[in-house]
Design a protein around this ligand. Structure first.
Ligand SMILES: Nc1ncnc2c1ncn2[C@@H]1O[C@H](COP(=O)(O)OP(=O)(O)OP(=O)(O)O)[C@@H](O)[C@H]1O
Ligand SMILES: [Mg+2]
Length: 512
């Protein structure tokens, strides 16, 4: 154990900033952390990896005092710390950019950064707006963040709000900064920007803890990797000594040689859905026509902003259609609202599941069956609790959802497991046409495989899937055909079994 504030050096290399020792945390029915240790050195990026529910976020929440740890010790530069709140942690130089951003959305950017510690005007109880603006601008300049400090938070996309959160961490002169799945809603350019910021912070001597499910990112940005499984520490290794397969093996605890289930190569015939000349009323979607076959998995590729999400929203009626027509099995349909689309046999899993699909104070069971209650009738007007329990059981098994009970509140599930619940909910409505926007965002490699299997199985049963994704390997891995969007238009179509990423990229750039 260490004394005083002296920096401790470990075998001559970078000094240890943060040391987590044997931390345990138990929730009703789960041991979320079981004597986990990890050490973060100054000037390094330390990745924290593990499957959904492995305990990554919980470990960080123990660090920040959001949860009280049951046992263990945490040291910052050799001094034991016991933060009681995230604010106390910030004041001591430990900051976190959360998986779920928690900001004052109605306030301005600069309010969010300085809330509770505004620079005062000399000898007066007033806040110096000018100083606040100047201080904010200087941090933004330093980090190359192009956001007006006076903008109201709610009017900005998540990516920019995240940048504000990072600026806030920097404004506290943080020594340790934790990023919990920071890139899940960022475009490629934004990811590059984030990485430049992270490297700059690292070069200044900060210790960075980086949590992500994106293997390529981890291998690019991190110096060291710690892997957890089922609440326990599994390994810590230099990133340079790890391969993707090795990480997967350590995370999942078994060999996983294929990232995708075997391809479904049935011959498909007959269109279930014909979309003609779809345009958005308020979006830049223009003149998109395609046919969707029965039992087909149709991918939608394209760069960010190319109209992938807009296309799905247009089909589902959640975005207003300017013009165009839809024909389902020979019958003209309109899908003017999601309600109408659901009645026409559609279901949609949205990109921002956490924001739109989740009722986190309700239980797993309620969240699962809320959309299929009609199929859970018992005698007369009553619901059958047996059927409800059966459906929930199906979803928990099919998606391998990690939850102690069906009646656990969704709120207490890990981020990835919440997503799986929402996916299961829509799968249970047994739609004929399943619209998926980024279906595997935020879920770990093992769970991705399960979602792929479920999609393929649904297609085998004759349902049709339209799936938008920014991950080309997954589109190439499981789809039959892929539509490529560019600048709001359909740039082309490729056969997923034969196409290459380069071909898709070329099409994606056509009208961009
Ligand atoms: N407030 C809580 N109450 C009860 N159980 C909880 C609570 N928070 C987390 N858990 C449980 O602790 C375990 C670890 O969850 P945690 O959120 O740390 O996982 P994670 O590694 O961050 O996963 P993900 O990759 O999905 O974000 C899970 O089994 C989860 O259900
Ligand atoms: Mg998490």
């Amino acid at each position: 154990m260490w004394k005083g504030g002296a920096r401790v050096r470990e075998d001559g290399d970078a000094p240890v900033l943060l040391s987590i020792e044997n931390v345990s945390k138990r929730f009703p029915g789960v041991k979320a952390l079981d004597r986990v240790s990890m050490t973060v050195k100054a000037g390094t990026v330390h990745a924290l990896m593990g499957e959904n529910g492995a305990g990554k976020s919980t470990l960080m929440k123990c660090l920040f005092g959001i949860y009280a740890k049951d046992e263990g010790h945490i040291y910052l530069e050799g001094n034991e710390i016991r933060f009681r709140s995230a604010r106390e942690a910030l004041d001591s130089g430990v900051a976190m950019v959360h998986q779920e951003l928690n900001q004052a959305l109605k306030r301005s950017v600069m309010d969010n950064i300085w809330l509770g510690r505004y620079p005062r005007m000399r000898n007066l109880p007033f806040v110096s707006e000018r100083k606040m603006l100047a201080d904010t601008a200087s941090i933004f300049g330093e980090l190359d963040i192009r956001v007006n400090p006076k903008t109201i938070m709610s009017s900005m996309p998540v990516s920019q709000r995240q940048m504000v959160e990072i600026a806030k961490a920097v404004s506290f002169h943080s020594k340790v900064i934790v990023f919990d799945e920071p890139t899940s809603s960022l475009t490629e350019t934004e990811v590059e920007h984030l990485f430049r910021i992270i490297r700059a912070l690292r070069d200044r001597g900060c210790g960075i803890i980086y949590i992500s499910h994106k293997m390529e990112e981890i291998l690019r940005i991190s110096d060291e990797v710690t892997i957890m499984r089922d609440g326990q520490w599994v390994a810590t290794k230099p990133a340079a000594e790890l391969t993707m397969n090795e990480i997967i093996r350590l995370m999942v605890g078994r060999e996983m040689s294929n990232r995708f289930p075997p391809r479904d190569s049935r011959a498909l015939e007959g269109a279930v859905l014909e979309a003609e000349n779809l345009s958005g009323r308020y979006s830049h979607l223009r003149g998109v026509s395609f046919k969707l076959k029965k039992g087909e998995i149709l991918g939608v590729a394209g760069l960010d902003g190319s109209g992938r999400t807009e296309l799905l929203e247009n089909l589902f009626g959640s975005a207003a259609r300017g013009s165009g027509s839809l024909t389902k099995s020979g019958r003209r349909i309109h899908n003017r609202s999601p309600r109408e689309a659901i009645a026409n046999g559609f279901a949609m899993v949205t990109e921002e599941r956490r924001a739109t699909g989740i009722m986190d104070i309700l239980t797993v069971r309620e969240n699962t069956t809320i959309s299929c209650l009609r199929k859970c009738r018992g005698i007369g007007p009553f619901l059958s609790s047996r059927k409800i329990a059966q459906k929930t059981e199906w979803s928990i098994n099919a998606m391998r959802i990690k939850t102690p009970k069906q009646t656990t509140k969704l709120r207490s599930l890990s981020g990835g497991n919440q997503q799986k619940v929402i996916f299961g909910r829509w799968a249970l409505t047994e739609p004929e046409i399943f619209l998926l926007d980024e279906p595997t965002r935020g879920v770990d490699v093992g769970a991705k495989y399960e979602i792929y299997q479920l999609i393929i199985q649904m297609a085998r049963e004759g349902k049709s899937v339209v799936m938008a994704s920014s991950e080309m390997p997954e589109l190439l891995g499981i789809c039959h055909r892929i539509l490529v969007m560019s600048g709001g238009r359909l740039a082309g179509e490729v056969d997923a079994g034969r196409a290459t990423q380069e071909e898709i990229m070329t099409l994606a750039a056509k009208y961009a």
